[in-house]
Design a protein around this ligand. Sequence first.
Ligand code: GTB
Length: 213
Amino acid sequence: MTITITAFERSPDGGKGLARDTRVRWALEEVGQPYQVRGVSFRAMKEPAHLAFHPFGQIPTYEEDDLALFETGSIVFHIAERCAGLLPDDANARARAITWIFAALSTVEPTILELATARVLESDKPWSKERLPLVEERVRNRLKQLSARLGNADWLDGTFSAGDLMMVSVLLRLKSSGILDEFPNLSAYVARGEARPAYKRAFAAQWEVNKPA
Ligand code: GTB
C-alpha cells in the first residue's frame, strides 16, 4: 500500500506544525504507516489537477492506491479504522473516541479558527477592538468545558485515541495566544500529545521542509 499526502510546498507558519498536514502525518506515524508527501504551491492548489483531489483547493489530501480523500477528520478516521493503534477495540469506547474526533472538529476548532481570523485578518478593522474580547470569551468558554471534562485524566476517554490526536492538534493552534495557559490541565494535555514519539516524528518531518532557510 502506497500512501501519498499533500502539504504546503512551503507552509506559511515556517515549520511550526500548524498546517493540517501535521495531524495526518501524526496519525500515520502513530500506526506505523510510511507515507510520501507531495508539496503543493498556493497556485497549484487552485488548479484542476489538485482540485480533482480537493474540491475546495486545500491541503492536505490523502491517496492510497485507488482511494483519494480530503478533510482531515475523514482522513484520520480512515487511518484509525484501517490500522490498529488509534481506536479502542471495545465498540462503545471506539464510538466515544470517534465522537471526540467530531467534537474537536465541529465544536472546538471553529471557535479557535474564529480567534485566528479575528487576530490576524481583522485586526485593522475599526470594530476589531470591540469584537476580539467576545471571540476570546467564546474560546475560553469552550476550553472551560473541555478542561472540566478532562479533569486530571491523561486523555479524554481512557487510552490515547484518534480523538485525542485531533483535539491536541486543534488546541495546538492556541499555544501562542496565551489562552491555553489559563487552563493548566489542557496545557499539560497538549504537552503530553507533543511528547509522543509519533508526534515528534511528524513534527520533524514537516519542519525539515518548512524551516526558515
Ligand atoms: N476542514 C479542512 C480539513 O480539516 O482538512 C480544512 C483544510 C484547510 O484549511 N487547509 C488549509 C489550506 O489549504 C491549510 S491548513 N489553506 C489554503 C487555502 O485555503 O487556500 C490551515 C492553516 C494554514 C496555515 C497555518 N499557518 O501558517 O499557521 C495554519 C493553518
